[in-house]
Design a protein around this ligand. Sequence first.
Ligand SMILES: Nc1ncnc2c1ncn2[C@@H]1O[C@H](COP(=O)(O)OP(=O)(O)OP(=O)(O)O)[C@@H](O)[C@H]1O
Ligand SMILES: C[C@@](O)(CCO)CC(=O)[O-]
Ligand SMILES: [Mg+2]
Length: 397
Amino acid sequence: MMELGLLVSAPGKVILHGEHAVVHGKAALAVALGLRTFLRLRPGDGERLRVHLPGVSVRREWGLAELSALRGRVTADFDESKSPSVEQLDVLKEFAGIAADASAPDSLAVLAFLYMCLAISAKYGDVPSVDITVWSELPTGAGLGSSAAYAVCLAAALLYACRAISCPLKDGEATARWTEDEMTLINSWAFQGERVIHGNPSGVDNAVGTWGGALRYQSGKITSLKRVPTLRILLTNTKVPRSTKVLVAGVKEKILKFPSIMNPVLDSIDAISQECQSVLEAMPTNPSPEYYPVLEELFDINQHHLNVIGVGHPSLDRLCRVTASHGLHSKLTGAGGGGCGITLLPPDATPLAVEAAKRDLCACGFECWETDIGAPGVTLHSASSLNAEVLHALSES
Ligand SMILES: Nc1ncnc2c1ncn2[C@@H]1O[C@H](COP(=O)(O)OP(=O)(O)OP(=O)(O)O)[C@@H](O)[C@H]1O
Ligand SMILES: C[C@@](O)(CCO)CC(=O)[O-]
Ligand SMILES: [Mg+2]
């Protein structure tokens, strides 16, 4: 049985440019958000593995012996570098009593957990009896990378439980990070979890959840952007539910149907990411207003492109119209189809204009807030470093 518990967190993300295009090999620029998912791992009763996911109303437990028997059936053709197969996921669904075509948040969360648990234990040794609770500050399914933050936390906790990674947190320290090699391992397993939830993820979200900060992501290549200025961004959740998996599949269908029309749009989105990166790198840490018109125009152009590839939504059109009426520029972020939009707040935007925009957005039934960007990636915490709300949510069992 394990002696130590573990408290781990991973950030959500905002994609500035490149969502969807990144699934098709183009670049994306993404930044970690100051909103996080937290996981608590505790020693179990010696015989069972328990999972509590209050955000998706899941409370499940399984005997270690039955998980071990199941592992034999699922991991026979297991290959870490490949997507989980349909056959493997069918076995897990049957075991967990999940319908074959289920796409509800609780079903996907349980499926990702089971897959990661069995695949990690097949590779590194049994996951011992543990109790796991995951709680998040992020809205689920709103474009802020909640699935990736969940998968990153699970990967870190399960790899630690199997002794595949260390616990770098020393007595008396508030927080600690893993080594580069350990983070690479966490990221690769989180990607497998994302594959269960998303179908065909690019890997950008789990990369931000693992490494944090600001980065450029293209075909698995992660480049940390070191000199990103302090951008002020307003986040707005339209609260219109949508599924990243469904939206990503829809874009693929459109590209297959109209390749000569859609591919140039993806190329143009790629060029927008490139242009945005150049502008960000040319900006000083505390930029003057003169840089902002280009960033605003890039937001506008990309938002039109995202509508063309079929991931817009009337709620997002409304968000853009409302902010435009206050001189502010917005685009969707993440998979679109509802969920969240981001609005650039240039230094010369008056507090009055920002407050008026927020008031009008709230009047549409949306929720909006300003948040920090460039937060740290996957992190270990001491209990005393977490605030009371997080500790309370994690200790409810
Ligand atoms: N706190 C959580 N606990 C358990 N499962 C979660 C949690 N947060 C997210 N999930 C899982 O992730 C799924 C949402 O993933 P989805 O990719 O559709 O949205 P997102 O990650 O929030 O947005 P995007 O991918 O556009 O950034 C949920 O249906 C659920 O299965
Ligand atoms: C829509 C998408 O590009 C971003 C979701 O946050 C999907 C992905 O990259 O996996
Ligand atoms: Mg997701």
